[in-house]
Design a protein. Sequence first.
Length: 583
Amino acid sequence: MNNLKIGARLSLAFGLVLLITAAIAAIGVWRLAVLKDASIRIANVEMERNALAQEWKAAIDLNWVRASASLKATDGGYIESLSSDMAATSLRASEVQKKLEALIDDATEKALMDRVATARAAYVGARAKLLERKKAGEDVFALVDRDLKPLASAYLQSLADVADNTRKQLDEFEASILKTAGVSQWALALGAVASVVLGALFALWTTRTIVGPVHRAVQAADEISQGNLSVDIRHEGRDEMAHLLRSLGEMQQNLSRIVGHVRSGSENVATASSEISQGNNDLSARTEQQASALQQTAASMEELNSTVRQNAENARQANQLALSASTVAEHGGEVVSQVVGTMKGIHDSSNKIADIIGVIDSIAFQTNILALNAAVEAARAGEQGRGFAVVASEVRSLAGRSADAAKQIKALINDSVERVSMGTTLVDQAGATMAEVVGAIKRVTDLMGEISAASSEQSQGVAQVGEAVTQMDQVTQQNAALVEEMAAAASSLNNQAQDLVSTVAFFKLSTGHTSGGVSTVPPMTARVSAGRPAAAPGGAARFTPAAKHKALPKALPSKPAKAPAQLIAARAGAGNDTDWESF
């Protein structure tokens, strides 16, 4: 087998594995198909149980009709015919019952069959008693519906429950078997396909990972072609590994010297890359916290901007309302002024009416005196003046009533004058108050105008601040992405350095090959820790980029690792502007 090439050996081995996997998958699919057919055949037993239950129910339903008809009929021949038919159907029902009981193995079904047996015994016993009473000549017409029908209904219902249960179990069993068979068949088919695909990929990958490094090692060994390690390197066969071992034997001495220098240098590189990775991780965490804080600040500024805009709108509306109120107040002041003038006119008119009433009162008083004098003169005239005395008496009476009316009117007018005076005073006060209200509303209107203008300026200022915070957030997001790239590059460098240290540690060097003039990099932990700011408060949300770049893969030991600067440049060149916008 060593004479075969490694690729041929691996291809042959994986080909056999794939062939076996395909055969297993084919057998599995075939067996699942057989299982599916067997499950369908088993389900036929359930179908037989369901058919027996339906037949039993139909027979009992028919017998109930016959029993009811025979108990209600009066023709003896017809009754005898129905009795013979019932006996035959009952015999068939008993046979069906025995077959069905033989197929039952479930506790629920047994309980249902027990209920059927109980209901059947009650029904058959009651039917037999009624038939005997019918034969004895007794009229049992009314007893059929009263006594026998409920028992028949219970019997039929128990049979219906059995039939429904068998139908339900049949459906569930068939569905379960078919589903299991189908799922198993698909699972095996997919498993077989996956096995073939994965086996092929694994064989291809294994072949490449072995043959590729072997060819590269052979090329390097042919180029170096000198030296030998302390161990005895044996080789046999004619494959690539034999060629590799022969070349390794020739380069043994140079490897001892080179590995010593590489070990020291790789340890120093590992220490430096570890410190760089730690510093970049700390910087990434702080940048993420800063980005999160800026996001929260931008959201708060947006809310503040919305609130200021709302306040400006409210101030504008309040200013409009104040202007409307000022107009209404000025109009009210004018109306009050008109009311004041009207009340003064009413007051003057009331005073004039009072003067007129005084004149009327004086005239009534003088008329009364004149009537009194006329009465005196009429009395002196005797019989000739009696008629004049009557007239004078009536005039005096009218003058007295006019005087009383004038007094009442004067009293009312005086009261009205007093009320008008009070009203005039109140209207004057109302006019002064309305003037003050108008002045106050004008001042409020001026203040609301100033507030509206200030709110508009604040809204513009907050909008500008929000734009500035948004720009800062974008810049911070870009910085966070760059820090992520740097952290990934530093981590990759550290991993490669560790891999290099582990790889070189595999070699055991003699004392003579120990390197002595290798520089040592001082630890940087103290300097990094001293310049590290305190962690952000726990309340700050940790920033998580929407699309983090995956860590760089570890390089193979046979390939030289890229420098961190080259890694950063390569990763930065691979992205575009949309990468920054994803944070």
